[in-house]
Design a protein around this ligand. Sequence first.
Ligand code: ISL
Ligand code: CA
Length: 552
Amino acid sequence: MKRTWWKEAVVYQIYPRSFKDSNQDGIGDLNGIIEKLDYLKLLGIDVIWLSPVYKSPNDDNGYDISDYQDIMDEFGTMEDFDRLLKEAHDRGIKILMDLVVNHCSDEHKWFVESCSSKDNPYRDYYIWADPKEDGSCPNNWNSFFGGSAWQYHEETGQYYLHLFTKKQPDLNWENEDMRNDIYKMMKYWLDKGIDGFRMDVFNMYSKKEGFPDVEDSPDGIYINGPKIHDYVKEMNKEVFSKYDMMTVGEAPCVPSSMGHLYVDENRDELNMIFHFDLMDMPNHPSDKFLDSNWKLKDVKDIFMRWYDDLKDRGWNSLFMNNHDQPRMVSRFGNDKEYRVESAKMLATLIHTFQGTPYIYQGEEIGMTNVYFDDMKDYRDVETLNYYKEKIDEGVSHDELLKRIKPTSRDNARTPIQWDDSENAGFSDVTPWIEANPNYKEINVKRALEDKNSVFYYYQKLIKFRKENPVMVYGDLNLLYKDDENIFSYVRRLDDEVVLVILNFFDKEVEFKIPDEYKGKKFEICISNYEVDEIDSDVIKLKSYEARVYKIS
Ligand code: ISL
Ligand code: CA
C-alpha cells in the first residue's frame, strides 16, 4: 500500500463558532483558534479541518457562503486567517478548509445576479425550473431540512432548487463557467498554502437531467447523480493534481460497494470519503429524529464492510461524531457512570482501526450531549424547522423534545469547555449557544491536571499510532464476529502483531485468547484500566474496558 502523510495523519475538526471566543462577543473566532494551537500540538494532531469560516449570513452556521474569498465578520479578517495558517504551519499542523460548493448562500453575488432576470449570464449558475401547469413545484424532491426543495421566485416566475434551506440555493454543476469559477476559488486558497479540502455533500453536485420525481430513493437522481464522477475527476485534474494536498468528501448515502469508486487510488478522484453508514445506522429511513437503538453487531459489520470493500484500493476515514451528530460518548458509550472509560474505549476503536482518525472538538475530553430541556436553547436550523413542521402536523411538544434531545445537531455545537469559570471559559459573555452545564466537572483545565484523563489517553493513542506503522498500514482481521459485547481485531504488518480488545458495554465479559496466540508473549501497550499480567487463556474485561497488546 502506498504510504502518504494523510494516511498517517490524525485530523481534528474545529467548529469555529464554538471553539474559543477571543474578543468577547460570545462567538468563537480565528484568534481564539490561534490561542489554542499549542493545546492541539500537545494533543498531537497533524491536521485541522476548519468548518466554514467564509463570509456568510449564517442561516446554516457558515454552510451558506456569500463570499468564498472572504472571512466571516464574526470570525475575523483575512489577516487573522493568514496568521492562523502560518502559526499552524509553524507548529507542523496542516489546515483543511471546508469546501461547500453544492450550494451557496442566496446572498452570494452570483445568486443575486441570477435572480435579476432570466437572461442574466449568472442565471444558469443555479438550478431553475418552470412550475407545473397548476403552478406547483417542478417535482417531489424534499429539502433535507424540511419541506419542498424548490422555492418559487415571483419576479421571474420560476422555482430554484435548494436541497438544504431556501437560503442555500444549489449551484448548477452542468455550467462550465460556474465550475471554472469554483476551481479558481479553490486555487486561491491552495496558493495561500492550505493543505486540502473537506468537501461538503460533494456527492450531490450532479442532478439527473429532466429532474424526475424521486420514487424510492434519491440515489442516482440527486445523490450520486449521473455525472458525479466526471465532476470529481475534472476537479482532480484541474485542481487536486497540481498540489500536495488531501481531500475528504462528505458522502451521505454511499454504500461501501460504491464508495471505492470515489477513493480508488487509480481513479484520480478523492483520497477519502466520510460515509454515513454508522451515523445513519439507528435512524428511521425518513426521520433522523426517530429511533436510536443500535447493535454492536451492526457497528462491526459496518466497520468491516468498509475495510473489506476498500482494501488495497482506497483509504478509509474513521469518525463517530462531527458537528452534525450527537456526541459519540453519549451515543455509543455511556455519558454517566462510565463516561471516562467509554470515551477512551471508543477512541481506541477510532485510533487502532485502519484509516485516518478524525477527532471532533471536545471529544478529546469526553464532552457529552447537552440535552437542552427548553426549545429556546436550540439554535440549529434543522432542529428548529423539524420542530415547527411536526408541531404543525399535530405532534406534541413533549414528544418532540423527547426526540430532539438525543439527536439535535446542537449537542455537538455547545462551546468547548475550557475551564470551570463562567461560560466554561469559552467567553466572558453569554455565548451564542449555552454551554453544557456539566462544564464544572468536564473541562480542558481539569483534563490537563489529571494524568488519567481522556485527554492524555488520546495523546497516548495518537503517539502509539505514529510510532507503530502497523497501526496505519497493517492488515486487519476481525475476531469473534458474532460476539455481541466485544469488538476485537488483530492488526498485522510483517512481524508486528497488535491485538485490540474492546468491551462495548457496562458489564463484565470474558475474552478467550484465540488458539494461535496461546502461549505467546503479550505486551500491554494501551488500556483504560490498570491491567495485570495475563495468567490464563481467558481475559476478564471490566465495563467498557479497552486493551491493546503487542504479541510476539
Ligand atoms: O445533519 C445531517 C443530519 O442531521 C446530515 O444529513 C447533513 O445535513 C448532511 O450530512 C450534510 O451536511 C453538510 O451539509 C449541510 C450542513 O448543514 C452540514 O452542517 C454539513 O456538514 C449543508 O451544507
Ligand atoms: Ca468572538
